[in-house]
Design a protein around this ligand. Structure first.
Ligand code: FAD
Length: 491
């Protein structure tokens, strides 16, 4: 008999719960182990997957095949258009290869859950077991609850409750052991990539994001040894490279959340909170990831383009395509915002402080529907992740669980003064401003900026702020619309 591991967003051999379980069975002599990955380009497109993320998955799979081969686990890569096509294909594949069980690590968004339910039925009809494991988070979604047994809607008490549960513990790791030979990994057809991602290329240089577990571990080690200590002081300055840049690896499961927490706990003498400031702060950030996955699992409306706070659907969002386009292209006339948007499009990643600045700029100062911004981010981020991206956008738009109060706006000028004082990050991303004095970056519309070919400001900040505050104040008076906004809402 053989056991099949179905890889999804857990593209690693290290600390992979489904894989370890199958390998244990193999060691008891119960089975051989194989692995499978499904590319679903049509579905990925519908989910707004960024080309840079698809490319990263492809490169990661090449590394994963090599690592799995060392464990004598062959990996097949199959392409079907959509999730709905997987159940039949997988059931046939598993039957043809005499599989008695398919193992996978759970994914929590709505469409992934529906896909797995269909797979469960299709495999069940052929007498094949489908077994799923919690792996993506430290604690399973649904297991961290308020005293009333409800899911948390606010981060700080969630974090407190989670830490109470795990205090004194550190993650434990098991080395994966070879499965024993079943068959060689089948060669990948030369033209596979053409159907794997038949859409446009990202243009992002591959060397910015080296693929595979080794690269992820090296990145974690470098961060833990050289940057974690100063994380709290340096993490808000986009020029400084003070954050881990592990998000693409975490989003695809190339490194496990437990490995990251373990590295922070090692620096923190095993403490989850109340230790070293850098490690404490980083643990908190990792737990924001955990929080948003728990939120998504408890409140599936966030997967359906709905706000967490339904009353905010009554905000009179603007749908101005020209203003939106200027934001997308980094031509708002606000240098820090434009530098950030160029960073996103050119590198597939944006610094966290700038994600907050650009998101608030769009949905507050321009009052454009946050869902347009959420979609644009998803279409360009290498770390695009529904839970974190939606959580971040709803936080910025004040429509979410633990959102910024609607009257607290991050001014792009004040943020530039605080976090890019000398304008070096801005100049790096906007070479057309290389010879303009940095002090002018907080004076949008200044003649020297315009003389450099830089655009007029897209909005008067004072007017934009008042418009946003008034839209939120008026929202209370408007009945909540019942319509469902489609995922294709963007222009
Ligand atoms: P570090 O500062 O080193 O943090 C370590 C890890 O913790 C990150 O890799 C990430 O997995 C997690 N993390 C940190 N901050 C957050 C947060 N606020 N929410 C959830 N997880 C967090 N993160 C994504 O992974 N994917 C997204 O699609 C995404 N979209 C976002 C959209 C908006 C509008 C905002 C405000 C934030 C978004 N984030 C997203 C969160 C955060 O900006 C990134 O995780 C972070 O910038 C990644 O850089 P890093 O790996 O160097 O982070």
């Amino acid at each position: 008999m053989t056991r099949l591991i179905w890889f999804r967003s857990d593209l690693r051999v290290d600390d992979n719960t489904a894989l370890l379980n199958a390998l244990r069975d193999a060691h008891r002599g119960e089975c051989k182990v194989g692995a499978i990955f499904y590319a679903t380009p049509g579905q990925w497109r519908e989910h707004d997957m960024a080309p840079v993320k698809a490319e990263f998955i492809w490169r990661t799979l090449a590394q994963l095949r090599t690592s799995l081969a060392k464990l004598q686990v062959p990996l097949w890569v199959r392409v079907v258009p959509r999730y709905a096509d997987i159940a039949r294909d997988l059931a046939q594949f598993a039957t043809d290869n005499h599989c008695d069980a398919v193992f996978a690590n759970r994914e929590y968004p709505v469409n992934e859950t529906a896909r797995d339910a269909a797979v469960d039925v299709a495999l069940g009809e052929r007498g094949i077991l489908f077994k799923t494991f919690h792996d993506a988070t430290l604690l399973p979604p649904g297991s961290v609850l308020t005293q009333m047994g409800q899911p948390f809607k606010v981060f700080t008490p969630f974090k407190r409750a989670l830490i109470q549960r795990v205090a004194g513990e550190t993650p434990q790791f098991e080395q994966p052991k070879s499965a024993g030979f079943w068959c060689d990994a089948p060669p990948l057809p030369d033209d596979l990539y053409e159907s794997f991602w038949p859409y446009e290329k990202s243009g992002v240089p591959e060397k910015l994001w080296p693929a595979g577990e080794k690269a992820a571990f090296a990145q974690l080690q470098l961060f833990a040894n050289e940057k974690l200590h100063d994380y709290r002081e340096r993490r808000d300055f986009p020029l400084l490279d003070g954050t881990s840049r592990l998000s693409p690896y975490l989003a695809l499961g190339v490194i496990s959340i437990r490995r990251c927490l373990d590295a922070a706990l090692a620096l923190n003498g095993g403490q989850w909170a109340g230790g070293e400031q850098g490690a404490d702060t980083w643990i908190s950030e990792l737990l924001w990831r955990e929080f948003y996955i728990h939120v998504l699992s408890a409140f599936p409306q966030v997967c359906k383009y709905r706000p967490m706070r339904p009353e905010t659907d009554a905000v009179a969002w603007r749908y101005d395509k020209e203003d939106f386009q200027r934001w997308c292209e980094g031509r708002t006339g606000f240098p820090l915002v434009d530098a950030a948007m160029r960073q996103l499009v050119q590198t597939g990643w944006m610094h966290n402080r700038l994600r907050m600045v650009t998101a608030m700029f769009l949905c507050k100062y321009l009052l454009i529907d946050w869902r347009w911004g959420e979609q644009f981010f998803m279409r360009h981020l290498i770390d695009g992740d529904l839970a974190a991206n939606n959580g971040g956008w709803q936080w910025s738009a004040s429509t979410g669980t633990d959102a910024a109060p609607y009257f607290r706006l991050l001014s792009p000028l004040r943020q530039a003064e605080r976090f890019d004082d000398a304008g070096l990050f801005t100049k790096k991303m906007l070479p057309e401003l290389a010879n303009v004095e940095a002090g002018l970056f907080i004076k949008p519309g200044a003649p020297q900026l315009l003389a450099a070919g830089y655009p007029e400001p897209v909005v008067d900040l004072k007017m934009g702020r008042e418009r946003a505050l008034s839209a939120f104040t008026q929202m209370a008076a408007v009945p909540v619309p019942q319509k469902t906004v489609s995922r294709k809402a963007g222009p």
